[in-house]
Design a protein around this ligand. Structure first.
Ligand SMILES: C[S@@+](CC[C@H](N)C(=O)[O-])C[C@H]1O[C@@H](n2cnc3c(N)ncnc32)[C@H](O)[C@@H]1O
Length: 272
C-alpha cells in the first residue's frame, strides 16, 4: 500500500498546518461537540450493535472510539487514515477511552487493502471535501461493503453556510477559501454533489439530508474556528494576504453579542 503519495491526501495534510496542535484540538472538539446529534444520525442511517464498521480517514480516532461503543463487544471498528501522526494519536485515544473493539491502521482510501464484502457500515466524516477523485473512493468503498452494507458520509457544502453581521465579508471569504481548497484538490461544494456521485457509482437507497448547526449549538468561538480560521490554514501566503480584509471584518463581527451563524451538515447514505 502506498501511503507515501501525499497528493492522495487531497486538500488536507495534517503536519503541514502552521499550528498542528491547534488543528488536533479542533479535530477533537469537532468529534465531541455535536456527538449526541451525530449518534442520532448513525441510528437513523442504520448503525447497529454487532456490526463490522470502517471509519474511513479516521483522523485522530475519537469518532471511531464512539462508533466502537455503539457496536459493542459483538461488533468491531477499524479506523484507517493516510497520516501516520494521526494514526499514532488514534492509538492513544483507544487507550485513554479504554475501548477494546477498535483497531487503527495506516492506509490510503484510493488503494484499500481490506477484504471485499466485509463491512456492514462505512463512515466517512469530513474527508470527501478534500478528495480529488471521489468516484474512485466511492467505488473502492463499495467493494469492501457487504451486499446491503451501508455507506454514510458526513460533509459540508459552502452554499449552506451563513453569518451575520458582516455577511458580505463572510461570503467573500468563503468563496476565496473554497477556491484555495479547490486548487489543492478539494471541493467545498461536495455536499450537494454526493447524491449524484453515489448514483453514478451504483449505490442503492440513496438519501441526502441537511442537518443545520448554528452558533447557538456551537458557540461563536467554535463556529469561527471551524467555518473560518481552519480554512485560513488551507490558503497559501498570497491567498491569506488577499483574505485579510474579510478576516478582520469577520473577527470584529464575531465580537458583536448579536452575531449568529449556521452551517449545513450534509449526510449522504446509500447501500451496496
Ligand atoms: C478533516 S480530517 C477528518 C478526520 C476525521 N474523519 C474527523 O472527522 O475528525 C480529513 C482526514 O482525511 C485523511 N485523508 C485524506 N486523504 C486520505 C486518503 N487518501 N486516504 C486515507 N485518509 C485520507 C487525512 O489524513 C485526515 O485525517
Amino acid at each position: 500500500m502506498n501511503t507515501q503519495n501525499l497528493s492522495d491526501a487531497g486538500s488536507y495534510k495534517f503536519g503541514r498546518f502552521e499550528k498542528n496542535a491547534e488543528e488536533l484540538e479542533r479535530l477533537k472538539l469537532q468529534a465531541t461537540i455535536a456527538l449526541k446529534h451525530e449518534q442520532k444520525i448513525w441510528e437513523q442511517t442504520g448503525l447497529k450493535p454487532g456490526m463490522n464498521v470502517l471509519d474511513l480517514a479516521c483522523g485522530p480516532g475519537f469518532t471511531a472510539c464512539e462508533l466502537a461503543k455503539i457496536v459493542g463487544d459483538d461488533g468491531q471498528v477499524t479506523g484507517i487514515d493516510i497520516n501516520e501522526e494521526l494514526i499514532a494519536t488514534a492509538h492513544q485515544a483507544k487507550e485513554s477511552e479504554g475501548v477494546k473493539n477498535v483497531s487503527f491502521t495506516l492506509g490510503n482510501l484510493y488503494e484499500l487493502d481490506l477484504p471485499e464484502n466485509s463491512f456492514d457500515f462505512v463512515y466517512a466524516r469530513f474527508v470527501f471535501q478534500h478528495l480529488e477523485k471521489p468516484e474512485l473512493a466511492l467505488s473502492n468503498i463499495r467493494k469492501i461493503l457487504k451486499p446491503g452494507g451501508i455507506l454514510c458520509i458526513l460533509d459540508i457544502d459552502d452554499n449552506w453556510t451563513s453569518f451575520s453581521p458582516g455577511s458580505d465579508a463572510f461570503i467573500k471569504f468563503i468563496r476565496k477559501a473554497g477556491a484555495g481548497q479547490k486548487q489543492k484538490g478539494g471541493n467545498r461544494l461536495i455536499g450537494s454533489q454526493l447524491y449524484g456521485l453515489l448514483n453514478e457509482t451504483s449505490y442503492q437507497n440513496i438519501s441526502t439530508q441537511i442537518h443545520p448547526i448554528t452558533t447557538e449549538d456551537l458557540g461563536i468561538r467554535y463556529f469561527l474556528g471551524v467555518a473560518v480560521l481552519f480554512r485560513v490554514e488551507m490558503l497559501n501566503k498570497v491567498q491569506k494576504l488577499l483574505a485579510l480584509p474579510q478576516l478582520r471584518t469577520i473577527k470584529k463581527a464575531a465580537e458583536d453579542p448579536k452575531a449568529w451563524g449556521a452551517l449545513g451538515i450534509f449526510v449522504t447514505s446509500g447501500r451496496k
